[in-house]
Design a protein around this ligand. Structure first.
Ligand code: IMP
Ligand code: MG
Length: 174
């Protein structure tokens, strides 16, 4: 696993710069709002921690963890919450923070589930948008990087729980 061939796709500098740009946009958008950032575990934990430290406005942080269910490798297109939020989001301005959008299944389901809890607003911020593999229609409101296809690791993203702590984002080369 650790011998997998991989190359840097986004450097530390590129990530830092882009995260700061996103944080600036969010600080303008959510100024004076009752903002709750909802990080999706585990992949978003590093992105979220950098993002909030670059933002200049008050906010709350909460986490949610989901699993997709279905038999074997065939996804049912549904998800289940395995660790729920600890705060109520009713009436709050909620921003879902995700590491990567792939088929779109996770975010589409989660957006519906959280939308049922009557937030004042509900938007999505994704570090990476992998556009070529979309199966469910979902658009992120804020995107760090857009790529076509390929498997990426580092900066919170894993491959079988490996590589999350790498400071750069790498693409795995077969
Ligand atoms: P989706 O429901 O198909 O959009 O899948 C989203 C989830 O799959 C993400 O939250 C990641 O945990 C995982 N994932 C998808 N693509 C990658 C990747 O390239 N690297 C690491 N994790 C990925
Ligand atoms: Mg993952």
């Amino acid at each position: 696993m650790n011998h997998m061939k991989k190359r840097v796709l986004y450097s530390r500098e590129e990530i830092n710069g882009r995260v700061q740009e996103l944080a600036d946009m969010l600080s303008r958008e959510y100024e004076g709002k009752d903002l709750v950032l909802v990080g999706i575990l585990k992949g978003a934990f590093i992105f979220l921690s950098d993002l909030v430290r670059s933002m200049g406005i008050p906010h709350q942080i909460d986490f949610i963890r989901v699993a997709s269910y279905g038999s074997g490798t065939v996804s049912s297109g549904k998800i289940t919450i395995t660790k729920d939020l600890e705060c109520s989001i009713e009436g709050k301005d909620v921003l879902i923070v995700e590491d990567i959008i792939d088929t779109g299944t996770t975010l589409a389901s989660l957006k519906t589930m959280l939308g049922d809890r009557k937030p004042a607003s509900l938007k999505i911020c994704a570090l990476v948008d992998k556009t070529a593999r979309r199966e469910v229609e979902i658009d992120a409101d804020y995107v760090g990087f857009t790529m076509e296809d390929g498997f990426v690791v580092g900066y919170g993203l894993d491959c079988n729980e490996q590589f999350r702590s790498l400071p750069e984002i790498y693409v795995i080369e077969e």
